[in-house]
Design a protein around this ligand. Structure first.
Ligand code: GRF
Length: 206
């Protein structure tokens, strides 16, 4: 490889690489799947994991996978200033919510327009909004006798689950399915699609 090409490639990786922060409050199986997906990726680096819960399972996963993690207590998410300091410190370009339950503060929404994405375990606009998370979503879907559910990846705005939709895909619900069965089908979709959508979104911002 000639020297000029080498310099070009170094500059490309330094300046074009996207640094992502994952925000998660729970077990973090999606966070782990995303971290593994991008482990050897030159364009995307999972640079930071933030949680609001100090006993969240996702923190153990981040430690095991060698991703820096910080717990920011709930009160500090109201102004978001501490979070902003961390995001700057880790040079974060994009924020991915993977089971994060708090409202995203205004300061972050302004600093990251169209750069904060969330995954919701149902087909929005149905079964979304404050308090609709985890198994509550699947219980509501089954109670409503829905024939299908799925996942929605969307940008985050000031209202829970109302930002512009980026991607949706569906799974079938059988009459005999319990909420736990729906959860399994939805999780399988999340693992298969969410990292790919993150890759597309972060690669399309230039
Ligand atoms: C996922 O179902 C995701 O859609 C929702 O929160 C759940 C997180 O699960 N936003 P996990 O912690 O990644 O296992």
């Amino acid at each position: 490889m000639c020297f000029a090409r080498f310099i070009y490639l170094c500059a490309y990786f330094v300046f074009m690489r996207r640094y992502i922060a994952i925000l998660a409050s729970g077990s973090g199986s999606n966070a782990e799947n995303i971290i593994n997906y991008f482990e050897k990726n030159n364009q995307v680096k999972i640079a930071l994991l933030l949680s609001n819960k100090e006993n969240a399972g996702v923190l153990e996963r981040a430690r095991r996978l060698d991703v820096p993690s910080v717990v920011v207590p709930k009160n500090d998410w109201e102004t978001g200033e501490k979070v902003m300091t961390l995001l700057r410190q880790y040079q974060i370009d994009f924020i991915v919510l993977a089971g994060f339950l708090l409202q995203i503060p205004e300061i972050l929404l302004r600093a990251y327009p169209h750069k904060i994405i969330n995954i919701h375990p149902a087909l929005l606009p149905k079964f979304g909004g404050k308090g609709m998370y985890g198994n509550k979503v699947h219980e509501a879907v089954v109670a409503a006798n829905e024939k299908e559910s799925g996942i929605t990846v969307h940008y985050v705005n000031e209202h829970y689950d109302e930002g512009e939709i980026i991607f949706q895909t569906k799974c079938e619900i059988l009459p005999e399915d319990f909420p736990e069965d729906v959860a399994k089908k939805v999780h399988a979709l999340e693992y298969a699609y969410f990292p790919k959508i993150i890759e597309q979104v972060t690669g399309n911002d230039t």
